[in-house]
Design a protein around this ligand. Structure first.
Ligand code: SF4
Ligand code: SF4
Length: 367
């Protein structure tokens, strides 16, 4: 048995401060649970900028004079490296949270682990009908989460974690998932998996400690390939290249964070291959999210002829004048999206494969 233990309350995801909130709600319960641990030295890692929490901890310390919990305040509200056990060990030594190897048998506890709770609290976000904190059994199916939280449009899948995590598709609804993350994102037909994956990888690159060639440079290469796909510059074979790269990252990254980054790409490609290949082979974004794969259209039943979009279009791609239903010239449109932002009537829409029927020329509107 190790001679020390750590309770880490810094959230890996700012949107899902599970341990942190539990500590603030009932600090004495958690502090007493730490005291009950057998290890000689006990650490509690907290956000040092939270004055309210600091006074709760002060009050408790005074009431328990002689307790041996060492409270370590860090200047950070979240960051996925804090979720790594080997990085937490660096933190108690006064160093930055830099992982030092695969998670070994390190005595680092979340508050839920410490209390031995049978259920796991997770924050649900994304395209779910209900958002916020929910509790689920530690082994859960995506179906159970979907039944509780729903999706705004037709359900497409889930993402467990952020930025590292696992995509689960609608076909895998009944596969049991070990709930280790504090954040679950529900995805529906309004979400593009490729767009989500690119955002996830950018966040990973920003937060990564940068020490490991396969973990950091591997994700840079992934980002380059994803960006090429999104800019319609990709080559056939890029998906195979991504899978090969991920396989090497899993073997050669210094810590589990790099391997987890690779797994998120693999699960996206295996679970949503058709949708991702659609961008490469058919130049389509099924969800009409990725600008390079969509066209912009004015809905003639909504346009009131205010002319705002025409002023906003620096490419002169919109025809029409005050009082006329406007029309977008698809040959001139560079898909910048500026017109969508200024149209108060929500009359300009992006379309993927299925395009709305529109006018060829502006005509006077009767609104
Ligand atoms: S599309 Fe929107 S912004 Fe453009 S003229 Fe019609 S209502 Fe106005
Ligand atoms: S998307 Fe940009 S270029 Fe295209 S019509 Fe709208 S403002 Fe003009």
């Amino acid at each position: 048995m190790s001679d020390y233990m750590i309770c880490n309350t810094i959230p890996a995801y700012a949107e899902a401060p599970v341990s942190y909130e539990m500590l603030k709600i009932d600090a004495p319960l958690i502090l007493n649970a730490i005291l009950e641990k057998q290890e000689k030295v006990k650490y509690l890692i907290v956000d040092k900028n939270d004055n309210e929490l600091a006074s709760i901890l002060d009050e408790w310390e005074q009431s328990k004079a002689g307790n041996d919990i060492r409270i370590i305040g860090v200047d950070c509200k979240s960051g996925f490296t804090y979720g790594n056990a080997t990085a937490a060990i660096k933190v108690i030594g006064g160093e930055k949270p830099i992982p030092s190897g695969m998670d070994q048998d390190v005595p680092v506890y979340s508050v839920e682990d410490l209390l031995g709770l049978s259920e796991k609290k997770v924050f649900i976000n994304g395209s779910s009908r209900l958002k916020g904190a929910f509790s689920f059994p530690r082994e859960v199916t995506s179906r159970a989460i979907l039944e509780q939280c729903g999706s705004v449009k037709e359900f497409k899948g889930l993402y467990f974690g952020y930025p590292m995590g696992l995509f689960v598709s609608a076909e895998q609804l009944d596969v049991e998932i070990k709930l280790t993350t504090d954040l679950v994102t529900i995805l529906d037909t309004g979400d593009c998996i490729l767009d989500r994956l690119a955002a996830i990888k950018k966040t990973y690159q920003k937060e990564s400690c940068g020490r490991c060639v396969f973990g950091y440079d591997g994700v840079m290469q992934i980002n380059r390939i994803l960006s090429d796909i999104l800019q319609r510059r990709c080559k056939i074979g890029d998906l195979t290249l991504l899978m090969d790269l991920c396989s090497e990252m899993k073997k050669q990254s210094l810590c589990d964070i790099g391997a987890a980054a690779a797994r998120s790409v693999e699960t996206a490609i295996t679970g949503f291959k058709g949708e991702i290949e659609g961008h490469i082979l058919k130049n389509t974004c099924k969800a009409a999210v990725c600008n390079k794969f969509v066209t912009f259209h004015v809905l003639d039943n909504k346009c009131v002829g205010c002319n705002k979009c025409r002023s906003a279009c620096v490419n002169d791609a919109i025809q029409g004048e005050q009082g006329f239903i406007h029309v977008i010239d698809l040959d001139e449109c560079t898909k910048c999206g500026a017109c969508v932002d200024v149209c108060r009537e929500k009359a300009i829409v992006k379309a993927g494969l299925i395009k709305p029927r529109g006018l060829k020329q502006p005509i006077q509107c009767n609104k």
